[in-house]
Ligand binder design. Structure first.
Ligand code: SAM
Ligand code: DTB
Ligand code: SF4
Length: 338
């Protein structure tokens, strides 16, 4: 969509043709220049003092047939997480109401499925509707979807579908063998075609190189449309996960650089630091917010692994003078490719 004719000088332009060398050059900028660039683009689309709070709920835990080597919920890994049945709709809505009271504006439901069956969707759809009736945005992550399934979720009023590419295409076979990057991209296409907004990001700290991390961001940025929401997970250690042998968390500066590059590449997307915040100091949180992060998950657990305790987030946001806002977007967005 072109909007150049009426574009004010500060309107955001989104590109979908990033080259690896350009992305690497951004990452290597002097830190102050990188942050300055990230802050400049952040301020075009967003109020930089506004942070979205989302809450996660695992509605179907464990027993997953996929072999993702980082995940506590894979049935093929000795992680000690027991498989449970899909939660009842009433329990889910009660949890959503509690999340709303605690300040969340988005409620995300996660299920450890390779892909949902039609009868699973029959049960998830009333959950989505109940979450939306509370005035919360609804996001679900249920594994791979075909076109018809994505359409069913769109018709139910789903706001976002989360489905991560997780790492670079070249590193992908090291993290999962029961599915491919192409499978992930196909689901993302189906979600995009349905009209549901896309939430897609990845994980760092799985033994990948800096180039793999940047390539992951480049793949996201070069999608035909940027994901509206980009979760960046730092691997939350899982006992029994085979990836633990090669896992290595980036240091805080490297992580902040990555966040800043994500912000520059996807200037109008909400960027969330998701898993792994328990390893991050208040100061690193502040650096990530300054580099373009504008969303976090609250609550003591994510799906199965720990998250910083809720009160500490609230205190930190107050110390930083930030406020909570549903989708911290500014009014206008321009999806213009250059
Ligand atoms: N089964 C669905 C799927 O894989 O798309 C949804 C749930 S899955 C847990 C959602 C995402 O959580 C994964 O794609 C991965 O990015 C992230 N994740 C899973 N385990 C993690 C961990 N231990 N640390 C950080 N992120 C993790
Ligand atoms: C995402 O990228 N991160 C969230 C959400 N999407 C579903 C999941 C994080 C899960 C961390 C591992 C766990 O708690 O089991
Ligand atoms: Fe299953 Fe998703 Fe975990 Fe992979 S990441 S094992 S698909 S729950």
């Amino acid at each position: 969509m072109a909007c150049a004719a009426t574009k004010p000088p500060s309107a955001v332009t989104t590109r979908h043709d990033w080259r690896s060398e350009e992305v690497a050059a951004l990452y290597q900028l002097p830190f102050s220049n990188l942050l300055f660039e990230a802050q400049q683009v952040h301020r075009i689309s967003f109020d930089p003092a506004s942070i979205e709070i989302a809450t996660l709920l695992s509605i179907k835990t464990g027993g997953c047939p996929e072999d993702c080597s980082y995940c506590s919920q894979s049935a093929s890994l000795p992680t000690g997480v027991k498989a449970s049945k899909l939660m009842d709709v009433e329990e889910v809505i009660a949890a959503a109401a509690k999340a709303k009271e605690a300040g969340a504006t988005r409620f995300c439901l996660g299920a450890a499925w390779r892909s949902p069956k039609e009868r699973d969707l029959d049960r998830v759809i009333p959950m989505i509707q109940g979450v939306r009736q509370l005035g919360l945005e609804a996001c679900v992550t249920l594994g791979m979807l075909d076109e018809g399934q994505a359409k069913r979720l769109a018709d139910a009023g789903l706001d976002y579908y989360n489905h991560n590419i997780d790492t670079s295409p070249a590193y992908y076979h090291n993290i999962a063998t029961t599915r491919s990057m192409d499978d992930r991209l196909r689901t993302l296409e189906n979600v995009r075609a349905s009209g549901v907004k896309v939430c897609c990001g990845g994980i760092v700290g799985l033994g990948e190189t800096v180039d793999d991390r940047l390539e992951m961001l480049r793949v996201l940025a070069n999608l035909p449309e940027h994901p509206e929401s980009v979760p960046l997970n730092l691997w939350n250690h899982v006992v029994g996960a085979p990836i633990a042998d090669r896992a290595e968390r980036p240091d805080g500066i490297a992580f902040a650089r990555l966040v800043a590059v994500a912000r520059i590449l996807m200037p109008a997307s909400v960027i969330r630091i998701a898993a792994g915040r328990k390893y991050m100091s208040d100061e690193l949180h502040a650096l990530c917010f300054a580099a373009g992060v504008n969303s976090i998950f609250n609550g003591e657990v994510l799906l199965t692994t720990p998250n910083p305790e809720g009160r500490s987030d609230q205190v930190l946001l107050e110390r930083l003078g930030f406020h909570r806002a549903a989708t911290p977007h500014m009014a206008s967005r321009c999806h213009e490719a250059v």
